[in-house]
Design a protein around this ligand. Sequence first.
Ligand SMILES: N[C@@H](CCC[C@H](N)C(=O)O)C(=O)O
Length: 270
Amino acid sequence: MTLNFWKMNGAGNDFVMLDNRDLSLALTQDQIERLCDRHRGIGADGLLCVEPATEGGDFKMRYYNADGGEAEMCGNGARCFGRFVNRLHNDSLTNIRFETLAGMISAEFEAGQVRINMSAPHSLRLNDTLPVEGESLTVHSVNTGVPHAVVFVEDLDNVPVRPWGAGLRYHEAFKPKGTNANFAKELAPGSISIRTYERGVEDETLACGTGMVACALIHHELTGAPSPVSVLVKGGDTLRVGFTETAPHEYTDVTLFGPADFVFHGSVEI
Ligand SMILES: N[C@@H](CCC[C@H](N)C(=O)O)C(=O)O
């Protein structure tokens, strides 16, 4: 079978994009994993499908990690999804609402950049002390559509992202679903730099949208920095996270603004 696909990236987090509005595709976990394989496939951190809405949105977004497992949400993927859907409509849309397993997301378009409005974060925890790889880490956590652990560090360049990331991802404290793991450093009040180890990729990625939101909210919790918070990612882009705190530790209007770029269009045999 020949599959038409588009390749996109959001701040370096890269995705295979598929138009499944007619529901003709039913890819297996194994097929998705092979498509995302950087040596034997197209290569990507994840795969997104556009499907018809069933719960009052304009479309449904399905997101799969590179290991072929489905995840509830992907912030960079959602920005790419918005731009991709707009391209399928000859760039005639100004905004869309789409369903995800983490709730309804809306996207609006601004000169190649996309702002998404995300579902309310939950399960915020601050200052847990956890043993990881022989170190005692101060770990914060929040679910921004998918689970994230956040550790602030002094030396972000030299933080052992893979071993510490995997240590947190599989930590007893986050079982059974595991977590994504972020390492962050304050650059200035309201400005942070982060690196993320992604669950389902099982490695560091160049950017993670839900991770940026998690780190920005924790930065706000720890320092009181107002919205928006600027977040510099490993890939070199700086994105903006906006939010409104409605009550202590309760947030609404959580937005992520940044690039969503087309890379190429092709076909592949599966
Ligand atoms: N890259 C994403 C997050 C994708 C899901 C994540 N790997 C998980 O399994 O929770 C983003 O941009 O948010």
